[in-house]
Design a protein around this ligand. Sequence first.
Ligand SMILES: *Cc1c(COP(=O)(O)O)cnc(C)c1O
Length: 172
Amino acid sequence: KGVPSDQILLGNGSDEILDMICRVFFEPGKENMIINTPTFGMFKVLSAINAIECKEVQMTADFQLDVEAVKKNVDDNTKAVFICSPNNPTGNSMNEASVLELLKLNLLVIIDEAYIDFSTSASWLLRLKEFKNLVVSQTFSKAYGLAGIRLGACYAHTEIIDLLKKVKMPYN
Ligand SMILES: *Cc1c(COP(=O)(O)O)cnc(C)c1O
């Protein structure tokens, strides 16, 4: 993947990684996340399990990020925007320019790339160095057909990876 090992964290599937992000970066009952619907159902499930308010912003008619609507929903308690690209269930990738606009906000931007191996769009891993607030997650469950071994990976700045490592169970 061309990413230094101190910027990689492996998890029991990427679902575990997404859950760890919820546990580490949000104050339950107070802070909120923004998701772009329709999207991967686990984002909402994980927010509910972790008592994080989930603001659902409807995508545009062509299933792209509605950047203005996302910005309108950001408040003092918004910690992160979750993006799935290519998106489950719509199958399309998010425009680079709109993702870049969200990366400029003072928020964590989590890009779930579970389907990146099926896509002709470049992975955001290529631009990891440029953004301290970017988290990319990938999985062995889809293109590799290895859902049963439960292996996912997340890639981010070392400060983010170090925080996630503090809560990860040692032997799972
Ligand atoms: C399947 C899927 C995952 C999670 O897969 P794991 O088996 O937990 O790695 C994450 N995000 C999306 C969008 C998926 O479709």
